[in-house]
Design a protein around this ligand. Structure first.
Ligand code: HEC
Length: 163
């Protein structure tokens, strides 16, 4: 049976070796800062706008499609910001749990699941199917929850609770 691998995952893994080479010169604390910023941007640049318009009386599905596409792109970069050697033992300010590295396959699957859910959301928004978009949005939010809770301080499978 042929396994269908999303194109961006392939692209991400091809880019990984080059990224790891450049990370070798980047201080782990810088990488942590960059990924926390990138995670924050998930919400402030993409998903918050989707949440807001879907809650409004007249959801803008064009905006949902644009933001979803942007988020999928952003996730490709974000996925590369978790190289080994950037856990709490090295950088105390990170909230990434050791499971990010000890359960790598699960972690990567959770990242892919978020990208896939977001892609479906964007595709259904393009088709103008509001009912599907609403269901897709629930799935997307659940995909964030696979790693950590919604509130900024919340912990989860892959994130320490904020102290
Ligand atoms: C594959 C796992 C994974 C998924 C999926 C995921 N996150 Fe995260 N997220 C993390 C980890 C790990 C951290 C902690 C990073 C660190 O501190 O180094 C984090 C941190 C954050 C932070 C805090 C950033 C900071 O400044 O400390 C926010 C906000 C956030 N995520 C939002 C989201 C949103 C919104 C989604 C869904 C659209 C999402 N995340 C999906 C793993 C994930």
């Amino acid at each position: 049976m042929t396994r269908i691998v999303p194109a961006f995952v392939l692209a991400a893994s091809l880019a990984l070796s080059a990224a790891q080479i450049s990370f070798a010169q980047t201080a782990p604390a810088e990488i942590v800062k960059e990924r926390q910023h990138a995670m924050e941007q998930n919400w402030t640049e993409y998903y918050r706008d989707i949440a807001q318009t879907l809650r409004s009386g007249s959801p803008d599905l064009t905006l949902v499609a644009t933001k979803a596409a942007g988020a999928v792109d952003h996730l490709k970069k974000l996925a590369q910001l978790f190289p080994p050697g950037t856990g709490r033992d090295v950088v105390p300010t990170t909230r990434a749990k050791p499971e990010v590295w000890t359960q790598r396959a699960d972690f990567e699957a959770a990242m892919t699941a978020l990208a896939d859910a977001t892609k479906t959301l964007g595709d259904d928004a393009k088709k103008g199917d509001l009912e599907k978009v609403k269901a897709d949005w629930t799935n997307t939010a659940k995909a964030c929850g696979a790693c950590h809770g919604g509130p900024k301080r919340a912990g989860g499978k892959f994130r320490f609770e904020e102290q």
